[in-house]
Design a protein around this ligand. Structure first.
Ligand SMILES: [Zn+2]
Length: 189
């Protein structure tokens, strides 16, 4: 996101502040448009990153083909319908087919897709797809559980509901035992 884009966000934020009835010149708000532009640059930095490239930047050969699981990966995203936060956790598993990716790359790939405007269902698919393409494993499983501020702060105002979505590829679709093992593992915190 270059300077021009940040300038646009600053200007748009001023317009929103005025539209909601605020005095954009009062002390507390003077720097707000600038801060919002900086915050958006960070929250939407995923558009400039490529999940597959990140996973491929640390690939190691392995003869191990046991399930790799990384669970409870926190993420913060923004819904594409209301631009309000989605706060959740990702659980990822894959079965290596000759290659593994650095373990820290899995949380990073979650952030690549979280730091965009999202719907949870698509984000789940995008994470699975990136892992599938980057390391071509025997199978991939991704589960996201999240709270949606657009459901809690407005709309139905249901504060204790959470949404779970899943995406499976390869052997996780064909052989139930793998899916069961994954689900058992992520349940045991
Ligand atoms: Zn929403």
């Amino acid at each position: 996101m270059n300077g021009t884009r940040e300038d646009k966000i600053e200007k748009a934020t001023k317009d929103i502040l005025e539209a909601i009835g605020e005095d954009i010149h009062r002390e507390g708000l003077i720097k707000t448009p600038h801060r919002v532009a900086k915050a958006y640059k960070y929250l939407f930095s995923g558009y400039e990153q490529n999940g597959i490239e990140i996973l491929k930047s640390a690939i190691f050969k392995t003869s191990n083909s046991e399930m790799v699981i990384v669970k409870n990966i926190e993420f913060y995203s923004m819904c594409e319908h209301h631009m309000l936060p989605i706060i959740g956790q990702a659980h990822i598993a894959y079965i290596p087919n000759g290659f593994v990716t650095g373990l820290s790359k899995l949380p990073r790939v979650v952030d690549v897709f979280a730091r965009r405007l999202q719907i949870q269902e698509n984000m789940t698919e995008q994470i699975a797809e990136a892992i599938d393409k980057a390391i071509n494993p025997f199978g991939v499983a991704v589960i996201l559980t999240a709270r949606h501020m657009c459901m809690e702060m407005r709309g139905v105002e249901k504060c204790n509901s959470s949404t779970t979505t899943s995406a499976y590829r390869g052997i996780f679709l064909k052989e139930q035992q793998y899916k069961s093992e994954f689900l058992t593992q992520i349940r045991n915190n």
